[in-house]
Design a protein. Structure first.
Lengths: 84, 577
């Protein structure tokens, strides 16, 4: 999977699963700070990312720093070497 | 008046709770009568289970107690437990009690969103007010706390792995009276300064017996839960109640429920669970977000008591959950709205588990103008779900501001008399005497009664409750006040309904002199960032206004309810997609 695929998949997930009203979500939109998702959603997004990428995400990585926006999620996935 | 529960499950068997005078006495009876009972089952994410039998639980707890006594613990000393749900936490809780100490559970730091300094501030406040003898935590938490010099004062840090190693050296439990404090509950203020609520052994045992009788709990029941034990509903409802009634007590980590909410339902199926507690938000989440594949083949027919408490119960949630899971065997009567507070240990009322929940549609105008709950068929009606009837040992009155007791359907403040009343707030006698008048507790919740069924309407206090966690608006206002560009003291924070999530969300009205769009944009981002760092929550609605936009009383005091009414349309508009 490449960056564009991941962004598209996550946008769809946020729109459909989390019923985000701002879909499609801009990559730099702060998701938690702007009240679109809560910390429980972050955990669910992490679990979804595990399924998408086939990597295990340890609890300590599930933070606003890594999951607070689409941009940050992509950066995290890249850092984990999970994207083409 | 009290509900007459139908006895479900196997026969009652020897009663563990009736003769006990302390929590340790009750645990001892469990060990004596059923030493091999699979008392607690701890699950991990992979689904593998760790079974803790009664006898080994006792041994591990006494080893823990022996360590605390070696460390110089004196009767009544406070021991703060900062541990995730685990064998260590269970041993530390009972071990502290066996050594004559008073356990106080605090949540472990959330790495997810909020700043570590927020966690340190919370621990620092507890240390300075409760002056604990020791704090039990694992090394990553210990490191986090040691980063701030002087934070812990004279409080010792003890690692649970060393404390549990004194097996074989355990002594008999230190005797204590039923009036001795059994636990300090830190119930409110996840940010800022948590207030400690002290409850005695006698009060806890009374509340456990009342819950047992109201729910009709028998040893054949199986409790399956994921709510954390630092929450009162977790510690007393999901852990001590089933354990000390001799039921199988299955607990899964909260984090695992959050990652995959379907695990909760799958575990109820796997263990043929009969009772489980959760905040309203969790029922909403399961009803709205689980796909058919995630719950394929799940059988919920064993579940006879789905307690819904610790935040307002929404009619839409009750309906949605029942509709979604009835095809999976869920009994509509199982959904049992409940209400309580830490000041009466945990529970005050519950809807009888043998009846379907009651929801009323109330005339909005009569409610606002006359404080009367009149049934209507109007589209604009307010839905009220009954939180049931008082459990045994609890009496309830609805009173007006003059303290007069009101008739059925009249809305006023709910006052309670309970055999599980708390002893006091930690170090705050003034607050205690303000809350308890002639043995009656003023709850700060507004509601009404119809033929013994209690309906919750709103809170008098401004506490915000999100997913069962309480937040004080004062703390969040203080955070926003520190942001540059905000007019000092001109910030109002409150909760507004979040129907989609089945809970509340944070809303703030903030005065500023910044008027240029780019300045306002930056200010918004700075406020949102500060709130998330401090609380881990997002700000659902943020309204910026020029000076004098926040409502004040004639004496110049901030009026949250006045501000909320003034901005009703903006709040509703911003809350909408």
């Amino acid at each position: 999977m490449n960056t564009a695929d991941l962004v598209e998949r996550l946008q769809r997930y946020l729109g459909e699963q989390l019923e985000l009203a701002i879909a499609p979500v801009r990559p730099d939109e702060p998701l938690i700070e702007n009240g679109h998702i809560d910390s429980m959603d972050v955990v669910r997004i992490a679990a979804h990312l595990e399924d998408l990428l086939g990597v295990e995400i340890p609890d300590q990585d599930v933070s606003d720093e890594n999951f607070g926006s689409l941009e940050r999620i992509v950066a995290y996935a890249t850092g984990r070497g999970a994207l083409d | 008046m009290d509900p007459m529960p139908k006895q479900v499950g196997s026969s009652r068997g020897p009663d563990l709770l009736d003769e006990a005078e302390t929590l340790i006495g009750a645990l001892r009876r469990l060990v004596d009568l059923r030493p091999d009972a699979e008392a607690v089952v701890l699950l991990d994410r992979s689904g593998s289970e760790q079974i803790v039998e009664a006898e080994p639980l006792w041994a591990a707890a006494s080893a823990f107690g022996a360590t605390l006594l070696d460390e110089g613990l004196k009767p009544g000393d406070v021991v703060v437990l900062v541990l995730p749900t685990s064998r260590d936490l269970i041993s530390a809780y009972f071990g502290t009690l066996m050594a004559g100490g008073v356990p106080a559970l605090l949540s472990t730091p959330s790495r997810r969103v909020s700043d570590p300094s927020v966690f340190r501030g919370r621990v620092g406040h507890v240390v300075s007010t409760a002056r604990p003898h020791s704090l039990i935590c694992k090394s990553p938490v210990a490191e986090l706390l040691r980063e701030e010099a002087g934070l812990l004062g004279r409080t010792r840090l003890i690692d649970p792995s060393t404390a549990g190693s004194k097996r074989g050296e355990s002594a008999a439990p230190v005797p204590c009276s039923p009036d001795a404090i059994a636990t300090i509950q830190f119930s409110s203020g996840t940010t800022g300064s948590p207030k400690g609520v002290l409850v005695s052994h006698g009060a806890v045992l009374n509340n456990l017996r009342s819950m047992r009788d109201a729910f009709g709990v028998v040893p054949g029941d199986v409790a399956v839960n994921w709510i954390p034990l630092f929450h009162d509903m977790g510690l007393f409802g999901a852990f001590l109640l089933p354990l000390l009634c001799g039921c199988k007590t299955v607990i899964m980590p909260t984090e695992d429920f959050m990652r995959s909410p379907s695990l909760w339902l799958r575990c109820i199926d796997r263990y043929r669970g009969t009772f489980s507690w959760a905040p309203n938000m969790a029922y909403t989440l399961c009803a709205s977000r689980l796909s058919d594949e995630e719950i394929e083949g799940v059988d919920l027919s064993s579940w006879r008591l789905a307690l819904n408490g610790s935040e307002p119960v929404l009619a839409s949630t009750v309906r949605a959950f029942t509709d979604r899971f009835e095809p999976y065997g869920f009994d509509p009567r199982a959904m049992s709205p409940a209400w309580g507070l830490a000041e009466v240990t945990v529970l005050a009322s519950v809807h009888p588990p043998t009846e379907e929940p009651i929801c009323e549609l109330i005339d909005r105008t009569a409610l606002a103008r006359e404080d009367v709950a009149r049934i209507t068929a109007d589209d604009e009606a307010v839905s009220c779900v009954s939180v049931g009837r008082c459990i045994p040992g609890v009496e309830l009155e609805v009173r007006n501001e003059a303290g007069e007791v009101l008739a059925d359907r009249h809305v006023g403040e709910i006052w309670l008399r309970s055999n599980a009343l708390f002893q006091c707030y930690q170090g705050d006698p003034q607050r205690t005497s303000g809350a308890v008048v002639d043995g009656w507790l003023r709850t700060g919740d507004r509601g009404y009664v119809v033929a013994g069924y209690v309906f919750f309407v709103s809170r008098l206090k401004d506490v915000i409750v999100i997913g069962g966690e309480k937040y004080l608006p004062d703390d969040i206002e203080a955070v926003i006040n520190r942001v540059e560009g905000v007019r000092q003291g001109c910030v109002a924070v409150f909760g507004v309904a979040d129907e989609k999530r089945g809970t509340e969300k944070l809303a703030a009205v903030v005065e500023t002199r910044a008027s240029r769009p780019d300045e306002q944009e930056d200010l918004r981002a700075a406020i949102r960032k500060a709130v998330t760092r401090a609380t881990g929550l997002g700000l659902g609605v943020l309204v910026l206004t020029p000076p004098n936009g926040v409502e004040k009383t004639t004496s110049g005091k901030l009026s949250r309810s006045g501000t909320r009414s003034r901005y009703r349309s903006e709040l509703e508009a911003e809350g909408q997609p």
